[in-house]
Write a protein that binds this ligand. Structure first.
Ligand code: HEC
Ligand code: HEC
Ligand code: HEC
Ligand code: HEC
Ligand code: HEC
Ligand code: HEC
Length: 337
């Protein structure tokens, strides 16, 4: 429980009326729109984070309501403009860059900027989607009565359980609490098969319905992994938990992941001293390097499609030469504050 609650999952959204923002709001840095020369910045206003915009004559500020992200890659912001319209602000803070810059996707000209230069307007239903993937339970009023387009739906983030915690993955566990209170033996969460895990994690990380030509395909790990020969030919022995503790942050030491590869694709040492219990029935070994460098050569590191963010492509495969990065270290992916 302690590990999970301290993980980036559990810290992926904050209510700024109750909690302090994690990004630095007092840097004084400005970002200029190359087309209109309009300037943007972030500041504290009466102890509350706000975004501002100025064309030299007029300056407008808007206070921010929710901060998204643990900061592993970025911090992003939603402002509630009135009861049914939200704003996805045009600035994000990027950890790799150590600076504010345009929100990925909002770095180009867009029609809405003429009427709403502070960011991308979000109808209630779309703002609800941000909370759904970044929270455990999202409460809303109007559920059941709302028309299909969701126009009467009101998200109640203040009454929701923000951050990704136990029930996001384990489902409703009220029975577990009842058993504990009644002094009965408690039931453990059921074990998940590799396919079921892709479904569970894929609710938020992208699995079914993922468009393979989506520009940020490397962001969708469950989809990527499910396409890989390693997954398809290993009869359920490879899943997210083979390489990640689901209750903790992703490790950033390359050697840790390489050891996982080698547990199935034996290096020269493992081939000489096969272990009884490792179950690695795979004989396929690398003709190029059987000891190290696996991640950089077989998991593409996508740093181009989302602004100032990197993603390890989970479709493990033989990559075209131009995409191989033999000297790559995963440490470079994971800025630590
Ligand atoms: C309810 C949505 C949701 C579900 C379900 C979910 N995740 Fe996540 N996951 C997120 C979000 C949001 C983040 C980004 C957190 C952040 O850094 O702000 C994340 C981040 C991560 C990270 C990066 C952590 C780090 O080091 O910063 C890993 C690894 C991860 N998830 C694995 C999994 C696995 C494995 C599963 C399934 C067992 C899973 N997730 C299920 C939403 C979800
Ligand atoms: C389909 C689910 C989904 C939706 C909808 C969604 N997110 Fe996310 N978001 C994620 C996941 C999963 C990650 C982690 C990505 C990773 O590390 O691979 C993430 C990461 C982020 C991050 C970066 C966190 C970090 O430091 O790694 C920010 C900021 C963010 N989301 C903001 C938003 C905002 C704002 C919205 C709504 C406009 C939104 N998200 C909608 C699932 C979602
Ligand atoms: C990101 C998804 C995710 C979150 C959030 C999460 N878990 Fe898990 N948990 C898993 C997965 C996946 C497993 C491994 C299940 C398996 O191997 O089939 C697991 C395993 C467990 C187990 C061990 C089950 C066993 O039989 O060994 C317990 C207990 C558990 N989780 C409790 C919790 C608690 C308590 C929380 C909240 C503090 C939590 N989990 C949050 C995904 C998650
Ligand atoms: C659970 C075992 C397992 C793990 C862990 C594993 N693989 Fe595999 N991998 C396989 C199997 C099975 C195949 C298919 C072998 C075959 O067809 O002979 C495969 C195939 C491959 C291929 C050939 C892909 C293709 O399209 O032909 C590459 C490259 C590869 N693995 C690299 C890796 C790397 C790098 C890692 C670590 C990031 C890794 N594997 C982790 C089981 C695994
Ligand atoms: C064969 C090992 C392996 C498996 C299996 C695996 N991952 Fe990863 N994952 C990695 C590596 C390597 C990284 C990059 C770590 C770093 O940041 O240094 C990573 C990073 C991530 C991140 C952080 C985003 C990024 O690219 O930095 C998320 C989210 C994630 N994995 C989710 C998943 C999910 C969900 C599954 C199951 C569908 C999964 N992973 C299965 C090796 C694996
Ligand atoms: C310098 C880049 C590089 C590094 C480092 C590297 N590989 Fe490879 N690997 C390749 C290339 C290129 C191929 C395809 C070779 C061919 O088809 O002739 C390949 C092929 C493979 C195959 C498929 C072999 C087959 O017979 O189909 C596996 C499995 C594999 N590598 C695993 C690994 C593992 C595990 C590691 C780390 C211990 C690793 N590789 C390190 C470049 C690399």
């Amino acid at each position: 429980v302690e590990t999970q609650l301290a993980s980036n999952h559990a810290r992926s959204v904050r209510d700024l009326s109750r909690e302090r923002a994690r990004a630095p709001f007092t840097t004084g840095q400005t970002v200029t729109d190359p087309l209109t020369r309009v300037q943007y910045g972030m500041q504290e206003e009466g102890g509350r984070p706000a975004i501002w915009i100025s064309n030299g004559q007029v300056r407008v500020t808007q206070k921010l309501d929710f901060e998204f992200g643990s900061g592993k890659h970025a911090y992003g912001y939603l402002a509630m403009l009135d009861r049914s319209s939200w704003l996805d602000t045009r600035l994000n803070y990027y950890s790799l860059l150590h600076a504010w810059d345009f929100t990925s996707g909002q770095d180009v000209a867009a029609a809405h900027l003429r009427t709403q230069p502070l960011g991308r307007p979000l109808p209630e239903g779309e703002a609800a989607r941000c909370f759904l993937c970044h929270s455990t339970v999202v409460r809303a009023s109007g559920v059941g009565k709302a028309p299909l387009d969701g126009s009467q739906l009101r998200v109640r983030p203040q009454r929701s359980d923000l951050g990704v915690t136990c029930e996001s993955c384990h489902g409703p566990r009220a029975a577990h609490v009842r058993e504990r209170r009644a002094g009965l033996p408690v039931s453990h969460p059921p074990r998940l098969s590799a396919d079921a895990m892709n479904e569970v994690c894929g609710k938020c990380h992208g699995f079914t319905g993922t468009n393979p030509s989506h520009p940020v395909i490397a962001r969708f790990q469950p989809y990527g992994l499910s396409q890989s020969r390693c997954f398809r030919a290993s009869a359920g022995r490879l899943s997210c938990v083979s390489c990640h503790d689901p209750h903790a942050n992703a490790r950033s030491d390359t050697a840790f992941y390489e050891a996982k590869c080698i547990s199935c694709h034996p290096g020269p040492k493992e081939a000489r001293e096969p272990k009884e219990a490792d179950g690695a029935a795979v004989r396929t070994v690398c003709p190029v390097n059987r000891v190290r460098g696996c991640i950089g050569c077989h998991m593409r590191i996508d740093s181009k499609t989302m602004l100032h963010m990197t993603f390890a492509d989970h479709n493990i495969r033989v990559l075209p030469r131009a995409q191989q990065q033999p000297g790559f270290r995963t440490e470079a992916l994971s800025p630590r504050e």
